[in-house]
Design a protein around this ligand. Sequence first.
Ligand SMILES: [Zn+2]
Length: 192
Amino acid sequence: MSEAEKEIVYPGDKVGTSEEWLAGEGTYQEKGNIYAAQFGKLELDEEDLEAKVEAINPVVEVEKDDVIYGTILMRKKSMAVVTIDKVEGASRDVKQDVEGTIHISEISDDYTEELENEYLVGDIIRGKVIQVEPTIRLSTVGKKYGIVRGCCQECRKPMEFKRKKGKLYCPDCEIYADRKISSVYGKIKLSR
Ligand SMILES: [Zn+2]
């Protein structure tokens, strides 16, 4: 299983049953089920039949109130998991594999009904760090926060921002998308 495919789990998330797996490092067993004991990456070891959760270390380089750029890694019903790529204004680079989460209530100033209407996997966002311990939490509330590069849902290419409509547009597929778009969309040079 490649790194990218490993699922991010939270303490208390059910990761399997004790009929299927042994409770390995970072997990615990209760009433026939195995749960994650820490925030981390789930690894289901087919050889040893062991479920493990590898902790994701909180990173000293990211501080509360930092403005960050990150990539949407995955979406859950009530939150998006973001890989933090860069801290704005800092020469320091972020260690690899640093992840934060955005709760659905911290996406926009308005009420967000469906997270999947706002962020797609692969979108690059500008967000603010609102918590670093025990886990990194991000917010994109505020005009300047949100997507700075959005992917087309059909062809996955970066979309253009049509300021008049306030929507993203894919010229190849000729479709518009409504998302939580940052007011600095298209104004920021992204090095990757
Ligand atoms: Zn497209």
